[in-house]
Design a protein around this ligand. Structure first.
Ligand SMILES: C[S@@+](CC[C@H](N)C(=O)[O-])C[C@H]1O[C@@H](n2cnc3c(N)ncnc32)[C@H](O)[C@@H]1O
Length: 278
């Protein structure tokens, strides 16, 4: 199993409690702003039918639903029951397209052929056991001329707060744990490989661009470290005794010092955004 697949399996078996940190800390500071960027890149028109693959707690689906409006429709799938519990618990936005949430893998989408104007996948592809199969499924679900938008993080050193966390994990939990962290969400960093994957799935007009957005953890290193509760390393951190947890926070605080200003961690994250057409 690749590291990305290990992370994917961990999401799938996670409890809602452990994933709540993702929704509470990561979504507003990271995934919501990136969802807006992805939707700007792809373009959503009123009335569009939108498919969001690996929707997590409905991040892209909900923002696409607002843009598609009441005459649109959104289907959103994820493999993680915990993520879908959080997604379905959120009240719909006024005037937004209805969202249907589906439990299942990206590699076997439970949707009809040629049913969508847009297929979107934000920070999911790197976790799929069969990336080519998932892209083929997204193409199958798109009507001819329909548009694809996929976002995948660049290398972890281009996402400095998380590279600093990896350094802290290496110091306290060891090199192997740090490598597992580094090569999960940041495990598909080559824009050439990304473009070739989308191209090989039969899409046309494939474009890969590198984008950056600022990120702020106003709660400082401890708030950023808390996001590891939704990561593959979470059980190892939970198993640390009080001294171990203090060592980890000290290591994270030290590694994050160049990014910390008046108690807040301020930096930027870089992602590749792929757009293409069926
Ligand atoms: C980093 S989260 C991104 C979630 C969401 N797109 C967002 O922007 O907040 C990755 C998501 O991929 C999902 N995932 C991983 N492997 C999957 C698979 N094979 N099929 C469907 N979803 C999968 C996880 O359950 C998780 O919700």
């Amino acid at each position: 199993m690749s590291t990305g697949e290990t992370w994917g399996a961990a999401f799938a078996s996670a409890t809602t409690d452990s994933m709540s940190v993702y929704d509470r800390i990561m979504v507003p500071r990271i995934f919501d702003p990136w969802a807006d960027l992805l939707l700007d890149c792809v373009g959503v028109a009123p009335g569009d039918a939108v498919l969001d693959v690996a929707t997590g707690p409905g991040t892209v689906a909900r923002r696409a639903a607002v843009r598609a409006g009441a005459s649109g429709r959104v289907s959103a799938c994820d493999l993680s029951p915990a993520m879908l519990v959080m997604a379905t618990a959120k009240p719909p936005d006024g005037g937004a397209a209805p969202i249907t949430y589906l439990h299942g893998p990206a590699e076997a989408l439970d949707v009809p052929d040629e049913a969508f104007d847009l297929a979107l996948c934000q920070q999911g592809l790197q976790f799929f056991p069969d990336r080519a199969g998932a892209l083929t499924e997204m193409r199958r679900a798109l009507r001819p001329g329909g548009r694809l938008g996929v976002a995948v993080w660049c290398a972890i050193h281009e996402c400095p707060p998380f590279e600093a966390l990896a350094v802290a994990f290496e110091r306290v939990l060891g090199a192997e744990v740090a490598l597992t962290f580094r090569t999960g969400p940041w495990g598909l960093p080559d824009p050439g490989e990304l473009g070739r994957l989308v191209d090989a799935a039969g899409f046309t007009g494939v474009e890969v661009v590198r984008r950056t957005l600022p990120v702020v953890f106003e709660g400082g290193p401890s708030q950023l470290l808390a996001t590891a509760g939704a990561a593959v390393v979470a059980p190892l951190i939970a198993a640390l005794d009080e001294r171990g947890r203090a060592d980890l926070l000290a290591a994270a605080t030290e590694a994050l010092a160049p990014l910390t200003d008046a108690g807040a961690v301020r930096s930027e994250l870089a992602s590749h955004v792929v757009t293409a057409r069926r």
